[in-house]
Structure formats: structure tokens, C-alpha cells
Design a protein around this ligand. Structure first.
Ligand SMILES: Cc1ncc(COP(=O)(O)O)c(C=O)c1O
Length: 484
């Protein structure tokens, strides 16, 4: 597609109507192919985030586009009551690649929806209502999924209720090295001895949900044996194990699913993002035993886009193309190469630390002694990389960089990306990237403007004055010892 305007012109003409729910990038994307994005100014970016960690096959893979276009022409939507050939085929193909006894599939649209349904399955099967996640896990945007995690809880605290039965397991600072350092000696997981203390009452826990790589939580890789032990503990207490492979599924870590590296069979597998390669698609896969019991118990589910034929055609196409093009091997090999290049960068540049990865799920930390503001450093690094032609993201903790490119990324793209990272880091550390690290479009600029007075005013503006009055009077009452 040819853009009719520049990035800034688009912002100037239409920005007023954008609900700025996040600090959107200056670049207005018009086209993508493989690992490359192109913006309205005609500039290209190497995409180290696969869109929103979705595009395992790369953007606009021609065979993939052909398959979903064909399906769109013949049958776009059926309604929940009907099945169609692609839905039936997708279940068959998914059961072939899914680990262990997982064989019953249902198709949906988003990761949040899949996790919500996984929770329903676990609750219906166990007759319990609580779900346990990791405090640094990320499971979606609904109240239930957010209540299993502490990420972004500063947004949650004042704006949403929480599900009281849901709990979070912490990964303590003492345990972090086990999750970020592949050569860390096995420690016997004393952290898991404390699990009962964190969970309290297991009697009402229906399931524990885990990501085999905690991406948003800081690119944390559970050490060998950890997830297996957690599954045993969950089962001993009558709870199920839900494995969320939104980002890690379909080859990201060199195998169909990252959980295969842990020799753990999930009771329920939640899939999204990667299985649709950018088309909104999600799935939940479970065992016949669990499915049969909950269905005979009366569970049913109805959602407008459940069993949509195009989403299912996307799943079939991704499985076929990953197989035909040997992308598990290719991703694994490219992952090793990328990791080696980053380790070499770490040897030249001490600010790059704890380079870690599995296949093409790679992370590292930016560590600068005496840096007063690590968050600003990583944010500036991300912006300067983007200005130089590489798009990457960072996760919780604000020091870790995430690299999750399509499985088809080429060696020259990897070399280019590492080069850009090196130059950008040098600029940022020398404070030369100050200008480049600020967005140009006025709407995002306003959001990220870090002026303390501006921040204070914005916080005031975003919270209701009524709430401030309530909080104030609550404090006064507490001081005076007056009951509410
Ligand atoms: C591991 C994981 N689970 C669930 C979700 C939620 O998926 P969605 O944004 O499609 O609702 C995400 C999204 O980033 C995720 O990374």
C-alpha cells in the first residue's frame, strides 16, 4: 500500500480522535513482510516483537494470506451453533502437535478469552473457584486474568475490582537468578516449599496457571524441574495445571510448545497470538477426561466468535507452513545465532547483562551502575533503536529487553539488529539519544512527558476528584479513630 501522507501528517489529521490508551509510536505502519515493517514515511523497521508476539511465520506470509483469503471468500462466519471444515481440521491438527493426552479443542479470538475459558474448565472440573498465577505472570486484560498477576497492578488498584479467590505466587529477588541465568546451579526450589504459605488455603484452588517463559514479567525462564515440581504440588492439592503458551506456542522456542522443554503435561493448554500468526485466534486444548466430565456436568460456552472458520483456517495454515518450511529447526538455529551475537555484544558492552534465551524467545538486562533511572534508560534505548530501524520491547522491571522475532528472521536482519542495538546503547549511555528518545507526535509526547508537575496534574486528572475526597476523609477518620 502506498501511504498518502507522512507519519506526522496522519497524526496531525486524525490524532485528535485516537483514544490514547497507550503511548502509540510515531510510525504509522502501512505494510509488512517477513520481519520487516514499513511506515508511512517509507522507512523500514526490523520487527523483533513479531507484531504483538504473534507472527511466527513473519508478516504477510504469502501462503498464509492465500489460505485465509480463500477461507474468507467461502465462509467467514457461522454462528456458534455451527461447525465448519476448517474448525474440525484445526482441532485434528492441534491435537496432533499438542503434548500428551491433550486432544479436545475449542477456538476463540484472544488470549484473555482463552484463559477465561481455561479457568471455567478448571472450575467446572474441580468444583472450586480460585486460580493461582505468578505475580510476574501476564494472562490478559479481564478482571479474573489480572487478579492472578501483580503486573500493572498500579492500574488495577484504583480502577478495577479483583477476584478475591485468585492469588499470585511471587518469584522473589532471591530466586530471580534461577530464572535469568541458564547456568545457575539447581537449588532444590526452596521457594516452592513456601508455596503453601503464599496460597494459604488450597481447598479452593481450581488451577495454577503458568507461562513457560514469563515474557511481560521480564523474560524469565523457569529453571529445569521447577514447573514439574509445581505441577506435582498442584495435583497433590487437587488443582489442575493450565499452561499459557500465547507467545511461546508454535515453534518460538524451537519446539511446538515451550512446555515440552520441561517434560510436563499440562491439564489445559491455552493458546493465542502465535497460533493465528496475527489473525485474531485463540484455542483451549484439554484432555478427554476433563472435557467429558465438565460437559456431562452441564458446562457450555457461547461467544460470538467461537469456532470462526477464518480463525480455524489460520491455525491450520500456521501448522502446515511451520511443517512445510521446517520452521521449528530454523527458529532454533536462528535463536542460537542471535544469542551468540548478543553474548558477543555483552562481552564488548558491560551494560548488556544476563543474555538468555530459548529458540527465538530472547532477553537481556540493561544494567548501568549508578543509573538513577533504569526505566528511562531502557525506554530511551527502545526509542533510539526504533529511530535506527529496529523495533523491540521491554518487560516488567524496566531493565529487560525482549527479542521475540518471527521464526523466518534472517541472519543479515539479526546482524543489522545487533549492530543497531550496539550503536543505540552507546548513544543512550553517552546521553546522545535524548532527542531521538522522545516521540514526535504531539499526542504521545504529551503522554510520556515526564515533567514532575505534568505528571502530578495528569494523575490528578485521571483519578476522580471524588475519590481523592474519599481517600482524604478516610485518612482523617483513621487519624481520629472514627469508624467508617
Ligand atoms: C502469556 C499471555 N497470555 C495471555 C495474553 C492475553 O492475550 P490477549 O491480549 O490476546 O487477550 C497475553 C498477551 O500479551 C500473553 O502474553
Amino acid at each position: 500500500m502506498t501511504a498518502t501522507q507522512t507519519n506526522l501528517e496522519y497524526w496531525q489529521q486524525y490524532g485528535k480522535h485516537v483514544l490514547m490508551a497507550m503511548p502509540y509510536a510515531d510510525e504509522i505502519l502501512v505494510e509488512a513482510s517477513g520481519s520487516t515493517l514499513r511506515d508511512a514515511n517509507g522507512r523500514t523497521l526490523v520487527d523483533l516483537a513479531s507484531g504483538m508476539f504473534c507472527c511466527v511465520l513473519g508478516h504477510n506470509h504469502p501462503k498464509f494470506i492465500e489460505r485465509i483469503t480463500q477461507q474468507t471468500r467461502s465462509l467467514l462466519h457461522t454462528g456458534t451453533q455451527f461447525l465448519s471444515p476448517p474448525v474440525l481440521e484445526a482441532g485434528f491438527k492441534l491435537a496432533q502437535v499438542a503434548p500428551g493426552a491433550l486432544e479436545k479443542c475449542i477456538f476463540m479470538s484472544t488470549g484473555t478469552e482463552a484463559n477465561e475459558f481455561a479457568f471455567r474448565l478448571a472450575k467446572a472440573y474441580t468444583g472450586r473457584t480460585g486460580i493461582v498465577g505468578f505475580s510476574r505472570g501476564y494472562y490478559g486484560t479481564s478482571v479474573a486474568t489480572k487478579s492472578c498477576s501483580s503486573l500493572f497492578s498500579h492500574h488495577l488498584k484504583d480502577s478495577l475490582p479483583v477476584v478475591p479467590e485468585n492469588r499470585c505466587l511471587p518469584i522473589s529477588t532471591r530466586c530471580l537468578p534461577c530464572f535469568t541465568d541458564a547456568v545457575h546451579p539447581p537449588c532444590g526450589f526452596p521457594c516452592l516449599d513456601d508455596v503453601d504459605g503464599w496460597i494459604g488455603d488450597w481447598d479452593n484452588v481450581a488451577a495454577v496457571i503458568v507461562e513457560p517463559v514469563l515474557s511481560a514479567g521480564g523474560m524469565l525462564f523457569p529453571p529445569t524441574g521447577y514447573l514439574k515440581r509445581l505441577r506435582t504440588i498442584a495435583h497433590e492439592h487437587g488443582a489442575l495445571l493450565i499452561v499459557d503458551e500465547a507467545q511461546t506456542g508454535f515453534g518460538r522456542t524451537g519446539r511446538w510448545f515451550a512446555i515440552e522443554h520441561h517434560d510436563v503435561e499440562p491439564d489445559i493448554l491455552s493458546l493465542s497470538k502465535s497460533i493465528g500468526n496475527g489473525f485474531p485466534t485463540a484455542a483451549v486444548v484439554t484432555t478427554a477426561e476433563i472435557a467429558d466430565r465438565v460437559i456431562s456436568g452441564g458446562l457450555w460456552n457461547l461467544s460470538s466468535h467461537q469456532s470462526d472458520p477464518v480463525s480455524a483456517a489460520a491455525v491450520c495454515a500456521v501448522i502446515d507452513i511451520v511443517r512445510e518450511e521446517g520452521l521449528l529447526d530454523r527458529g532454533r538455529e536462528s535463536g542460537i545465532y542471535f544469542l551468540e551475537q548478543l553474548q558477543a555484544l555483552a562481552a564488548r558492552q558491560p551494560a548488556v547483562a544476563s543474555v538468555r534465551g530459548l529458540g527465538l524467545m530472547i532477553g537481556f538486562d540493561l544494567v548501568v551502575d549508578n543509573s538513577p533511572d533504569a526505566a528511562r534508560l531502557v525506554n530511551a534505548f527502545m526509542y533510539v533503536c526504533r529511530r535506527r530501524g529496529v523495533h523491540l520491547t521491554y518487560g516488567y522491571g524496566d531493565t529487560n529487553v525482549r527479542i521475540i522475532p518471527p521464526l523466518v528472521i534472517t541472519r543479515s536482519e539479526i546482524d543489522f539488529a545487533v549492530d543497531v542495538m550496539e550503536q543505540s546503547l552507546a548513544d543512550v549511555l553517552a546521553n546522545r539519544g535524548a532527542d531521538a528518545s522522545l516521540p514526535v507526535n504531539p499526542y504521545t509526547r504529551r503522554l510520556v512527558d515526564k515533567h514532575p508537575w505534568g505528571q502530578l496534574l495528569r494523575r490528578w486528572w485521571h483519578s476522580s476528584p471524588q475519590e481523592w475526597v474519599q481517600k482524604g476523609s478516610g485518612l482523617i477518620r483513621k487519624r481520629l479513630g472514627v469508624a467508617d
